[in-house]
Design a protein around this ligand. Structure first.
Ligand SMILES: N[C@@H](CCC(=O)N[C@@H](CS)C(=O)NCC(=O)O)C(=O)O
Length: 208
């Protein structure tokens, strides 16, 4: 029995894991959870992940893991090559630092713009706070500028090679661009050079 990944087409967190699995060359079964029908809040789904969120990885022995980065850590342990979380203690710390920064400083702000934006307004799940979106839109744009400066000195977001931190950044930027109306400005050349570099990887290219 193959591992199963519970996924939803446009959702960025499961996409992280799909790219990660493709990098590792692992075979698995993809199971679509229809979020528009709230299947991720069904009693069956909540048994797998009480937080009611995708992704969930079902192991071939029937155990479950959720949280995209926790799933990736598990996969790195089972399939160590290619290494995506670092090899020596400093590199491991550095990649963790960059990944956390992408999550807490960029993804968090994209998330505020998303829940207070037009798509979620239509879904009627969250009380809309336009002022919060106005502030987070600016934070995202400013953060893109910061990243553009940092990527002037570095090919990848956590140094000279592709790592999990690039996957976190790419999935965040692509979701923001396509679903949240927060595409980085054309003038951010280094950010776009990095984007083209990581998007051309087989693991990403096959999974747009
Ligand atoms: N920190 C979690 C976040 C998971 C998450 O928020 N997933 C979204 C889809 S990208 C979701 O299922 N949202 C539904 C909800 O929050 O109710 C992770 O990294 O996996």
């Amino acid at each position: 029995m193959a591992m199963k990944l519970y996924d939803y087409g446009t959702a960025p967190n499961p996409r992280k894991v799909r790219i990660f699995l493709a990098e590792k060359g692992v075979e698995y079964e993809l199971v679509q959870v229809d979020m528009t029908k709230r299947e991720h809040k069904s009693p069956e789904f909540l048994k797998m992940n009480p937080s009611g969120k995708v992704p969930v990885l079902e192991l071939d022995d029937g155990r479950y893991l959720s949280e995209s980065i926790a799933i990736c850590r598990y996969l790195e342990g089972v399939y160590p090559q290619p290494n995506l979380f670092g090899t020596d203690p400093f590199e491991m710390g550095h990649i963790e630092m960059r990944n956390r920064q992408m999550e807490t400083e960029l993804w968090s702000q994209i998330g505020v713009s998303w829940v207070n934006g037009p798509v979620m307004a239509k879904a009627g799940i969250y009380t809309q706070i336009p002022e919060a979106k106005a502030a987070s839109d600016v934070n995202v744009k400013n953060y893109y500028e910061r990243l553009d400066g940092e990527l002037a000195a570095s090919d990848y977001i956590a140094g000279s090679r592709f790592t999990v931190a690039d996957i976190t950044l790419l999935t965040g930027v692509d979701f923001a661009s396509t679903m949240v109306g927060l595409k980085p400005d054309e003038s951010l050349r280094n950010l776009w050079r990095w984007h083209a570099l990581v998007s051309s990887r087989d693991s990403v290219d096959a999974l747009q």
